[in-house]
Design a protein. Sequence first.
Length: 191
Amino acid sequence: MDLHQEHHIDLRVRKTREAIKNTFQEMICEVPAEKITVKELTDRARIHRKTFYLHYTSIEALYQDMMAEIAEGFYKEMEKLKAPYSHEKVNRVFFTYYAGQDKYVERLICEPSYRSFCNKLHTATLRHNLSRHNPYADFSLETQSMIYTFLVASSLELYRQWIADGKKLSLEEVIELTGKLLNKGISGIIG
């Protein structure tokens, strides 16, 4: 195969993946996650189902790929922070990054049928970030695991609540409030 043929195939693969992902993004914003099927997606993307399966084993695999891309963007934002960094700084990056994403990202994070996977991915993201700076390294692995669970579940649920409330608090207000809650708990806002 010559270089021109290789480039043409590579371009075709990229365009097909792009069509799959763009269609998936549109569908996420229009229909509940459980209604998205390979058949619906391929019909809308105007590709054959076999073509979809050349790229992904399932809708969940597509979701995983999309979330990995989103997480990679978050990693890049986190890498701009200099260690050691506070919960408030991490929280600011988290909310600022996710508030700046497209509507489909909001749905991927907030849609109930994707929450378990989303939580696992964000736990992996937290562990990735902690590989650079781990203020909990002196604690037992079990204690660290509990701290990670608290931080991930709290951050995601606070974000989801902000979205559910229609983002009535400004981004700055939600960053300040959630930063205090994560760092000091309830006593941080009433004491």
